[in-house]
Design a protein around this ligand. Structure first.
Ligand SMILES: [Fe+2]
Length: 218
């Protein structure tokens, strides 16, 4: 369909979003299954339910505009999900993989937020308040899902992922551990040197003070 008007553009965007949400219903169960953190797993499962509701609203919005919902591949979502899956497969199970999935999921949420936000505004400008309301409901759910992912990341996943290397058995983990040990040893030697220098300075100070007359000391 050629983009001949803002109305046509809105219909194209909704058609695109419909496919984006359908792609997400296939990706979210895999992400929930791959998640280690319980809150993240349940966030993905909850968003899967919400996504199904969002598909219903998009179908309603298209019908309201007199369009029969049709399928067309959303290349934006396809790219985001393919990239996310590729990184996920290369990451070992645990908090780090959870962090990787949060990154992908938040990219997806922001893509959807931009799409719903603009589409809702077009619907308002075109005098379609019912369509705008449906899109606004989806937008609010996407924002809430994004906020929940941020909270999960900040509450535990980011910290756990940063700490996780300490228990990693691979060579990479050993190398990092060795580098950190070396850094710690250098730091400790440097602190000890500092203490020795301060002790020496303290002794000299005492000697200097001891040269004072009793009247100077009082
Ligand atoms: Fe969505």
């Amino acid at each position: 369909m050629a983009v001949a008007s803002l109305r046509t553009h809105l219909i194209e965007e909704l058609t695109d979003l419909l496919d984006a949400e359908n792609q997400l219903t296939r990706a979210l169960p895999k992400m929930a299954a791959a998640a280690t953190t319980k809150t993240l797993k349940s966030a993905f499962e909850k968003h899967l339910q919400e996504t199904r509701g969002q598909i219903n609203r998009l179908n309603k919005a298209l019908r309201h505009l007199g369009e029969r919902p049709r399928r067309r591949t959303c290349e934006g979502m396809q790219g985001l999900l393919a990239e996310g899956e590729s990184v996920m497969k290369k990451t070992p199970e645990g908090a780090l993989r959870d962090a990787v999935m949060i990154t992908s999921a938040q990219k997806v949420e922001h893509y959807e937020m931009a799409s719903y936000g603009t589409a809702r505004t077009y619907a308002q400008v075109l005098g379609e308040p019912d369509v705008a309301r449906l899109l606004d409901q989806n937008l609010k759910e996407e924002k809430a899902a994004d906020g929940k992912l941020t909270a999960i990341a900040e509450r535990s996943v980011n910290h756990d992922a940063a700490e996780e290397w300490q228990s990693r058995p691979e060579d990479e983990g050993k190398l990092i551990r060795g580098a950190v040990w070396l850094g710690g040893a250098v730091g400790s030697a440097s602190r000890e040197l500092g203490r020795a220098a301060r002790r020496a300075a303290g002794i000299n100070g005492c000697r200097r003070r001891s040269r004072r007359t009793p009247s100077q000391r009082t």
